[in-house]
Design a protein around this ligand. Structure first.
Ligand SMILES: Cc1ncc(COP(=O)(O)O)c(C=O)c1O
Length: 361
């Protein structure tokens, strides 16, 4: 067993620094070569030092960060980030007030997709004597958030622009529903179609008096297509930084950098084992994790503190052994932990605080 494993009490989240760096360099190189700006979505790592490394490696290509929540924005602002896009709607009155405070000392923008939200934001900017730059969030087929492209987007942009304190500076589109498409050609074609809708919507706005060239889009499974399209000025990939079983299934250029380390606690015979990572340490709703060094091992029963699994015929496992698990969905797994233990060049270098863990509000 690698010696670093003895230094980490389980269950634990572990980061292979070298793999993370390789993932980061791939995206940074892509952005530089394609002249597109990078706005890393930090909802995956929730760990400011990771975003600092991403920004440094991306150099001039790094524009800033995207966050999912005001709570994440507050943490990252405290850690030195001053160009932040909240890539979701901010509706709750408490969240809006905190957003207004951030506008006083941060270049912070938010996406909008409804008149009600624009009205509330506008009233709050006036009350707080501040201003807010917004991006119109366009639904590219995911059906989760966003206003429909073309006329509905134009109407909403005109509504926003007519309200005090609000300035429309760009468009956002997130084509996350295309990420699971394993057929490369189809994913490319559908992403290009989605991006064309964004660009045509921008043109419609500009024909109607706007002067917009800022379009922020995309995630880890599609940025290699959208980032090459003229008019898409910025990409927002998040998951790739650690990657997981899902993203590696569609993008072979990425490797899983973060794993859950667990100790085998029991062997009940017939190749059946128990380990100390259960529901509280693993996210399984999106699929069972894979065993990094034992691809034939299969999950059987997951309970609060334990997982029972069956090994492959030739696997040699023993009680006390530590095994690494590759999560199906890393973003949710990270949110279960206070720290991520970091291993670089095969050596344990310490743990980083997941400062934005649980900042879902
Ligand atoms: C608006 C938005 N942009 C970008 C991303 C990043 O996508 P991915 O995690 O696939 O890289 C997400 C992920 O949820 C998102 O919601």
């Amino acid at each position: 067993m690698e010696s670093w494993k003895n230094l980490i009490p389980t269950p634990a989240l572990v980061l292979n620094y070298n793999i993370m760096e390789k993932n980061m360099k791939y995206v940074a190189k892509f952005a530089r070569e394609n002249n597109v700006k990078l706005r890393h979505h930090v909802k995956t790592a929730k760990t400011p030092i990771v975003a600092h490394i991403q920004m440094k490696l991306a150099g001039d290509a790094a524009e800033g960060i995207a966050v999912a929540k005001v709570g994440e924005a507050e943490i990252y602002r405290q850690c030195g980030f001053d160009d932040i896009l909240i890539a979701n709607q901010v509706l709750d009155p408490n969240h809006i007030e905190r957003l207004m405070k951030l506008t006083k000392y941060t270049k912070i923008r938010v996406v909008v997709d409804s008149e009600k939200n624009i009205l509330d934001l506008s009233k709050s900017t006036v009350r707080n004597s501040t201003e807010l730059e917004v991006l119109i969030d366009i639904d590219l087929g995911m059906g989760r958030t966003g206003v429909k492209p073309y006329e509905p987007a134009l109407k909403l942009a005109q509504f926003a622009e007519a309200h005090e304190g609000i300035k429309v500076v760009g468009l956002q589109g997130y084509e996350g529903h295309l990420t699971p498409q394993t057929n490369y050609d189809l994913r490319k074609e559908q992403t290009e179609e989605a991006m064309n809708q964004l660009i045509a919507t921008r043109d419609l706005l500009n024909e109607n008096g706007f002067n917009i060239d800022y379009i922020s889009a995309s995630g880890s499974g599609t940025f290699t297509f959208s980032g090459k399209i003229d008019g898409i000025t910025e990409i927002q990939p998040g998951t790739y930084v650690y990657s997981d079983e899902h993203i590696c299934r569609v993008c072979s250029d990425f490797e899983p950098a973060a794993t859950v380390l667990s100790t085998i606690t029991n062997n009940t015979g017939r190749r059946l084992y128990t380990m100390d990572a259960g529901e509280k340490a693993l996210e399984t709703a999106d699929g069972n994790p894979l065993f990094k060094d034992y691809p034939k091992c299969r999950f059987r029963v997951v309970t609060e503190e334990h997982t029972q699994f069956k090994s492959g015929v030739k696997d040699e496992l023993e009680i006390g052994q530590k095994v690494e698990l590759i999560p199906a969905h890393i973003c949710i797994t990270v949110n279960l932990y206070d720290y991520i233990h970091v291993v670089k060049d095969g050596e344990y270098i310490g743990k980083w605080a997941i400062l934005a863990r649980g900042k879902n509000y």
